[in-house]
Structures are given as structure tokens and as C-alpha cells.
Ligand binder design. Structure first.
Ligand SMILES: Nc1ncnc2c1ncn2[C@@H]1O[C@H](COP(=O)(O)OP(=O)(O)OP(=O)(O)O)[C@@H](O)[C@H]1O
Length: 304
């Protein structure tokens, strides 16, 4: 289990992380979300032992994770970190990159392991291709497979699919996260993408002003957002008088109600339209099956 106790850290005087504590069990998928600059990458780097903490302690099971001042072993076998920039060998093949740290003593097992990981990151067709010839997204997938090669107990992923196109992203995400769950590898994922979180995370942590603003399962935080920042992660929402946070999909057109809205604009969203409207001069957003004409008056009701 990962245990972070009262972690505090700043690059200069200003704390980026202030007195943060959390745990992650074996096999748990924990997502770290927050605005740009909120400290997500810093938090991952601290868990990895990249910097010395100003205060606090980090443990992976029995191991105390120490910063560079107290620890000479970087890159321990039980923990891997995949940064936003990847550290690969450009002039060797994808397969060689993935297998670099695997023992040559058992060549068959080594080849099997490489084949298994090529499948997880869907790069079977590129096994023999030199890494320097790959796109950014393909390199990112090599970096993920390479980090998994020696089966770490915990993996830290910083925006793991940021370079990968939407065609590939969906299936890669399912494949990678399923692999981590099956192997009971704890993963901590810093991300901006709600799709990385909603269907896969056991827990999510929202960082804001150097602290944990919210923590819980995606379902709990979605159903009880408590804060605008949390709600905004899940989608378009309204802050309505007496009603609080109401997601756009919870506001429905009904024949008659006390909320009368005037349509301003309809945005095509695929299987629905997002409608921008005004209610007593306040802007509201709701979802509807069809586009609605500008100027149309409709009645809205919150249906959760
Ligand atoms: N090496 C560094 N030296 C000094 N300040 C840094 C360093 N790295 C990050 N920072 C600052 O620390 C804060 C948190 O940065 P961090 O990269 O952890 O945020 P983030 O939430 O991961 O952002 P993003 O979502 O944009 O990747 C930012 O204000 C950033 O400018």
C-alpha cells in the first residue's frame, strides 16, 4: 500500500503541496486531477522520490521513499514513473526498448513478455521499427510498455495518453487499465481527461491551492460535486439559485414549470444538442435531443 503522510513541498518558498495525506491500496487506480499548475506532476514526482520533502513521509509498504538527499537508489524496481517527456533509446527497435531491462538469461520468456506488452499498447506491427521513426503518440506507448516490462508494483503515469489520437486512445486506455487491474499494479494517474477517470478510477483526488479539495470515487464526486471545480471536471453545469450545482443533462424541457428560459444558441454535440439559454438574465445550459430556435421560450425542470 502507498501511504503519504502530511506531505509538504515547494520549489521555492511558496508551497505547491501543503500537508497532503492519502493512501492507495494494491491494485487501486487513483486519479489526480486539478487545474493546470495545481501540482499534479509535482505530486507524482514527490511520490517517486525525485525531490526532498519539506515535511512528511511516503511509504510503499515497508519501503520509505526518500528524496535525493537521503537516497542513492533512483528508479527502484517496485515503482515506475512515466513522465510527459519519454526517455527512450531512439536508434533501437520498439521491441528492444521494451526489453532493455529484461534478463537475457531466459530468452524465450523475454520474447513472450515483450510480445505481451506490445499487445497491451497495441504496437505489435511496430516491434522492429526504430523508435526515432515513430510518432509522438507511438513513442508514448513504447514508454508505457517499457515501464511495465519488469512488472512494477506501482506505476505513476503523468498524462499517459496526451500524445495519442482519439482513434487509439479509447481502446488503449481500456487495454492498459485492464492490464494494470488484472496484475494488481497500483496506478496513480495525473490527468486532465475525464475519460481517463470516470470509468476506471477507484478514487480521484482534486488538487487546488496546494491542498486536496475533494477526494472520493468518481461516482460519489459526480453525484455530490460540492464545488464548481469538481463539477466542471465532469461537464457543463449551472450554478442555480436555491438548487446549487445542476449539470446540463439534469435540466429538461417540460410543458410547464417555474423556470422559464429563452433560447440563445444550440451547439451540436453528436447525440444531443447543448442549448445556451437565459433565465432571468442568467445564462443556463441544458441538453436537448434537437436544436432549438433562437428566441424560443421553454420551461425547464431539474430531473436528477
Ligand atoms: N522545476 C520547477 N521549478 C520551479 N517551479 C516549478 C517546477 N516545476 C513546476 N513548478 C511550478 O509548480 C507548480 C505546479 O506545477 P506542476 O507541473 O506540478 O502542475 P500540474 O498540475 O502538473 O500542471 P499541468 O496540468 O499543466 O501539467 C506550477 O506553478 C509550476 O510553475
Amino acid at each position: 500500500m502507498l501511504q503519504v503522510k502530511n506531505m509538504t513541498f515547494g520549489y521555492q518558498d511558496k508551497p505547491i503541496i501543503e500537508n497532503i495525506s492519502f493512501k492507495a491500496d494494491r491494485g487501486e487506480h487513483l486519479s489526480i486531477i486539478g487545474e493546470s499548475g495545481s501540482g499534479k506532476s509535482t505530486l507524482l514526482k514527490l511520490v517517486y522520490g525525485t525531490y526532498d520533502l519539506d515535511e512528511g513521509q511516503i511509504f510503499w509498504g515497508e519501503h520509505k521513499i526518500l528524496g535525493p538527499k537521503y537516497n542513492l537508489i533512483i528508479d527502484p524496481e517496485y515503482m515506475k514513473y512515466v513522465a510527459q517527456e519519454f526517455d527512450l533509446m531512439p536508434f533501437t527497435s520498439v521491441a528492444e526498448n521494451i526489453g532493455e531491462f529484461l534478463s537475457n538469461f531466459y530468452p524465450e520468456e523475454k520474447q513472450q513478455r515483450i510480445a505481451e506488452l506490445l499487445k497491451v499498447v497495441e504496437l505489435e506491427a511496430f516491434a522492429k521499427t526504430k523508435v526515432k521513426l515513430l510518432s509522438g503518440g507511438q513513442k508514448q506507448r513504447v514508454a508505457l510498455a517499457r515501464a511495465l516490462a519488469k512488472q512494477p508494483e506501482i506505476i505513476l503515469l503523468d498524462e499517459p495518453f496526451s500524445h495519442i489520437d482519439n482513434f487509439k486512445k479509447q481502446s488503449l486506455r481500456r487495454s492498459l487499465f485492464k492490464y494494470l487491474k488484472d496484475k494488481q499494479i497500483t496506478c496513480i494517474v495525473a490527468t486532465h481527461d475525464q475519460e481517463d477517470v470516470i470509468s476506471f478510477s477507484d478514487n480521484m483526488m482534486v488538487l487546488h491551492n496546494a491542498r486536496i479539495l475533494a477526494y472520493g470515487s468518481p461516482k460519489d464526486l459526480y453525484n455530490n460535486p460540492k464545488d464548481k471545480l469538481v463539477a466542471s471536471f465532469f461537464g457543463e453545469f449551472n450554478l442555480m439559485k436555491n438548487l446549487g450545482i445542476v449539470y446540463a443533462n439534469q435540466l429538461k424541457v417540460v410543458p410547464k414549470s417555474t423556470i422559464e428560459a429563452t433560447v440563445k444558441k444550440s451547439y451540436f454535440k453528436g447525440h444531443y444538442y447543448l442549448i445556451e439559454a437565459t433565465v432571468n438574465e442568467d445564462t443556463v445550459f441544458f441538453e436537448h435531443d434537437t436544436a432549438l430556435q433562437k428566441g424560443l421560450n421553454v420551461f425547464l425542470k431539474v430531473i436528477k
